[in-house]
Design a protein around this ligand. Sequence first.
Ligand code: ADP
Ligand code: MG
Length: 273
Amino acid sequence: MTARPQDVTPGQAAHELLEVRDLGVEFTAPDGSALRAVRGVSFTLRRGETLAVVGESGSGKSTTALALTRMLPGTGRVSTGSVLLDGRDLAAAGAEELRAVRGARIGMIFQDPMTALNPVLTVGRHLDEVLRAHGKRDKAARRARSVELLDRVGIPEPHRRIDDHPHQFSGGQRQRILIAMALAGEPDILLADEPTTALDATVQEQILTLLADLNRETGTALVLITHNMGVVARSCERVLVMYGGTVVEDGPTAEVLTRPRHPYTAGLLAAVP
Ligand code: ADP
Ligand code: MG
């Protein structure tokens, strides 16, 4: 299909923000055999879109997420396919470009906020280092921006809390701090991998609501890996269902949830409050 003139700004190619085509990921088992964790995964993410990724444990959600920024652990490697960011194939990106992609283009938030924070550094230092890595040279401006980011993610009295250490915050607050760090690079995509699994139900809900609010306010696209089907139904426009390392459903949330095509998805519906 040819793009209509109003779809494309002159001089700009009509690329999707993120395009994943036929992605495959393998790990090497201890006996040397190849373990195919992800097979033939394809999807696109538009600017500002909210995409949920659901699926049982071991279905390949985290592996897919990590493959997007070439952060696969251990023996993991991309065995097939491509990941295009604004049309640029990340397979062609060098180490420096990939470092810039992580953070400045794709901000990542993981499950356990404590392992991602250094216990001996203040929250202000954490944010300061992220902002410095993103080229913010002025120390006072970094401090002001850090307070602003902490305020944005809902840390009360941020100008006073900025010099506190991670252990002085609750689990939910630590996750908020990690979200602030992910926002510091002003990424086009926030990728959150089960960001609330370690938190109690009320706090989970608050954090997921914060992510949805940030998407609405800043236009940052959100990829949310979660088991919380209530939040998926309320806050995500599209849902991808993974099963056994493949994508078994991809469509508008309302459609997938009301007319599931795969038996696994049908089972999930029982979990929607
Ligand atoms: P999910 O996030 O959906 O729970 P994962 O992406 O973590 O699933 O895992 C998908 C598959 O990849 C699983 O079979 C898992 O055992 C395998 N896998 C994940 N990480 C590693 C690793 N570091 N080494 C070997 N196999 C792994
Ligand atoms: Mg996972």
